[in-house]
Design a binder for this molecule. Structure first.
Ligand code: FAD
Length: 479
């Protein structure tokens, strides 16, 4: 009897087995399933260093989960359409299935693959997977996506619950004898120097750890989410962003688990509503990216095209290294370097500091985040940078300049967050920790701080920085 023709499942930003519509459908055909991941740096934005580290761990975890079910994950590298069509021909596949990604370069790659498969006489099917709501479902009368978050999210909620998540397949064998690359040969992890120690200390990528984190959040953290989510000194948020970025969890799994938690315990409702609305921001950013593929390079508000950004490589370097002399800013940038994430409130403060106090182009900051965040997301990163810079959709008004001292005092009142990430200030009293330059020489000496030596003097004066930012903004308003 001829062996049945296999179905290839192309894994992409959906490195999970449960709620994976393409995998689910492939298993249902009863044909042998070949699980494939293709490293293709020619499509979309190539991941930065921290995200590549995450990708390697996540692929390892996925490979292990597939192996437990009797199968194997084939790794290949190259232009996805070509590589997959070649594999389909090589093994006589009857079809290729994948979950779609609603982003222009990925859609183009999908179309190329479809065409190549048609030429080979191989079937293909694409399934929805990475969003709660497809961009086509939320359009204005002119057929364009919405650019204001509140009506966007209201519309998304009015569409009702997304479909229920699908179970993971129990069996995926037998393992294919198909040649593939070794993960190590892709060089996704740093070696010389190995800067990933902090990432290893902080994270366990992979689907089972993502699910555990979600359970833990719903059980312990969701109750206090409304009050704690803005506090970088507390463990008040889900920390699910990198898991969502790589699709180790689908947004609809998060949605349904959260709704179920409220049904079990109605006291969770306010926290869960707020949490889901944050998931709504992820969705909003992805929809914006769908409509504006050049979100990372072009101002959404074109009057910012003539903005008088400064070029100051010294200030940019001090910002990147967390040596601006503003403790909350420095703490955030050092947290980022060590852990691959930064608390959301602090992301806003450090981004505002770069574009407003230092007048440095938001694209410089976006690029640094892109390289250093494990959750670096092609939608959320540029959309949030544009939001902070004032040039984005539904953006914060440019004239709102965060005061890093007041932000620190409000959201890190005892200075615990600063003490953790800027240890040279750990003995500064709470009332001075967000502005050590206000301390007397005796106070500084007893905290073991010499400004300009053990910790930098502020690289810009807040009031002067603010005035300069407003003057720059006035130029484009006039123009
Ligand atoms: P929670 O508070 O638990 O929120 C749950 C989920 O909602 C998050 O995991 C995330 O998927 C989503 N979410 C929350 N806030 C936002 C937001 N403002 N925009 C979009 N989605 C959101 N988030 C990324 O996932 N990737 C990025 O590259 C990214 N870059 C950012 C850059 C800047 C300048 C700013 C201000 C924010 C950025 N964010 C980004 C949004 C936000 O900071 C992170 O999603 C959040 O800190 C992740 O922590 P959490 O998972 O504990 O969030």
């Amino acid at each position: 009897m001829p062996s049945p023709q296999p179905v290839i499942v192309w894994f992409r930003d959906d490195l999970r087995l449960s709620d994976h519509p393409a995998l689910h459908a492939a298993v249902k055909t009863g044909a042998p399933v070949v699980c494939l991941y293709v490293l293709d740096d020619s499509v979309g934005r190539s991941p930065g260093g921290a995200a590549r580290w995450w990708l390697a761990q996540s692929l390892r975890a996925l490979g292990a989960a597939i192996a437990v079910r009797g199968g194997s994950l084939v790794l290949r590298r190259g232009a996805a359409a070509t590589v997959i069509a070649e594999l389909a021909r090589e093994i006589g596949a009857r079809g290729v299935y994948w979950n779609g990604i609603a982003q222009a370069p990925h859609r183009a790659a999908e179309r190329q693959l479809e065409a190549a498969l048609v030429r080979l006489g191989v079937g293909s099917q694409s399934f929805p997977g990475d969003l709660l709501v497809p961009p086509s479902a939320i359009r204005n009368k002119e057929g364009r996506g919405l650019r204001v978050y509140t009506p966007f999210w209201r519309r998304a909620l009015s569409l009702g619950d997304p479909p229920k998540p699908l179970p993971a397949p129990r069996q995926l064998g037998p393992a294919s004898k198909i040649a593939g690359d070794g993960l190590e040969s892709w060089g996704l992890e740093p070696s010389k120097p190995d800067w990933a120690e902090g990432l290893r200390e902080t994270w366990t990528p992979g689907e089972s750890s993502a699910r555990e984190r979600l359970r833990d959040f719903l059980k312990h953290t969701a109750r206090g989410y409304v009050g704690d989510r803005d506090r970088p000194d507390r463990d008040g948020t889900s920390r699910l962003s990198p898991h969502l970025r790589f699709g180790e969890l689908s947004p609809r799994q998060v949605w349904h688990a959260a709704r179920f938690a409220v049904a079990e315990d109605p006291a969770l409702e306010p926290g869960i509503e707020k949490f889901l609305s944050e998931l709504g921001w992820r969705e909003f950013c992805r929809h914006l990216l769908h409509d504006h593929p050049d979100l990372a390079t072009e101002n959404l508000q074109t009057n910012f095209d003539g903005f008088p950004w400064t070029r100051d490589s010294k200030a940019l370097a001090a910002w990147r290294r967390g040596r601006t002399g503003y403790p909350i800013v420095d703490a955030g940038l050092r947290e980022l370097w060590h852990t691959g994430v930064m608390h959301n409130r602090v992301r806003m403060v450090v981004a505002s500091f770069l574009v407003k106090h230092l007048l440095i182009d938001w694209r410089e900051g976006e690029a640094w985040f892109w390289d250093t965040l494990v959750d670096a997301d092609p939608g959320s990163n540029p959309a949030n940078w544009q939001w902070v810079a004032g040039c984005g959709a539904d953006a914060a008004p440019y004239f709102r300049v965060f005061n890093p001292v007041l932000q620190g005092e409000k959201f890190d009142p005892d200075g615990a967050y600063v003490r953790r990430w800027v240890p040279e200030l750990k003995n500064v009293p709470a009332k001075l920790i967000h502005q050590p330059w206000q301390a007397t020489p005796i106070e500084l000496a007893s905290a073991g701080v010499t400004l300009g030596k053990t910790y930098p003097q502020p690289i810009v004066d807040h009031a002067r920085g603010r005035e300069r930012a407003l003057a720059a903004y006035a130029q484009i308003r006039r123009g």
